[in-house]
Write a protein that binds this ligand. Structure first.
Ligand SMILES: [Zn+2]
Length: 226
């Protein structure tokens, strides 16, 4: 039984995808040979020959958030929910439906509203990403411990110079204007003036140089749409 619904997609496209899914059935419909990048360092990329196949496929992926639905529904209302074990009191965000503490024997947890503040546990600067995030490159990906949670959530950190980010930085959780019930509905911004660790001049220069390489690489490969 559907209790509430908000689905946004073009039905005509869905039919086209369905047709492709049936007709194409992911079968190979052609190929091209291309020259592409190879290497694990953006400043030392070689060119290699690759074969790319055309494999038409259409899909609308419908999946249930199951017992974690409360968390995602909370995002729609710009609220953050975690879970707490009634036995050992451990708090989880990302939420866990059952406590991981072996002593609790998979006790079912309880939902609690979480504060919109946390602390950076670790971070990196992304030079490449999955398709939906290419437009945001380069961005800072952090793992944030929200409130008194014993786990950390991967979130984008915005509104700060990447060179000033550091472990332990206090952050605030922000919501995008129109949440969709997805982890990308939230991101973090600094809640205090960053106190980056003292670095040697060489290290500072190296970081700046590396960052510039990333920025230029991104600009070249994923130019921002005008
Ligand atoms: Zn427990």
């Amino acid at each position: 039984m559907v209790l509430e619904e908000k689905v946004e997609f073009d039905n005509s496209k869905l039919n086209k995808w369905k047709k492709w899914a049936l007709k194409g059935d992911m079968g190979v419909k052609g190929y091209r040979i291309v020259e592409g990048a190879y290497g694990s360092r953006v400043d030392k990329i070689e060119k290699r020959r690759y074969m790319v196949v055309e494999r038409p496929h259409g899909v609308v992926y419908q999946h249930s958030y199951g017992l974690l639905s409360r968390f995602y529904e909370g995002l729609l209302n710009k609220k953050l929910y975690g879970t707490k074990c009634p036995k050992c009191k451990l708090v989880y965000l990302p939420p866990r439906v059952h406590c991981w503490n072996p002593k609790c024997k998979l006790e079912e947890t309880e939902w609690i509203e979480m504060p919109l503040e946390g602390e950076i546990v670790t971070y990196t600067i992304m030079a490449f990403a999955a398709t939906p995030f290419l437009k945001d490159l380069p961005f800072i990906l952090t793992y944030v411990k929200i409130g008194n949670s014993c786990t950390a959530v991967p979130l984008q950190l915005r509104e700060v110079n990447p060179l000033n980010v550091h472990v332990g930085l206090k952050v605030k959780v922000k919501f995008v204007d129109k949440p969709k019930g997805d982890l990308m509905d939230i991101y973090v911004v600094p809640a205090e003036k960053p106190k980056p660790p003292k670095r040697s001049k060489e290290e500072e220069e190296r970081l700046k140089k590396d960052l510039k390489i990333v920025e230029e690489w991104v600009k070249k490969h994923f130019p921002k749409e005008q």
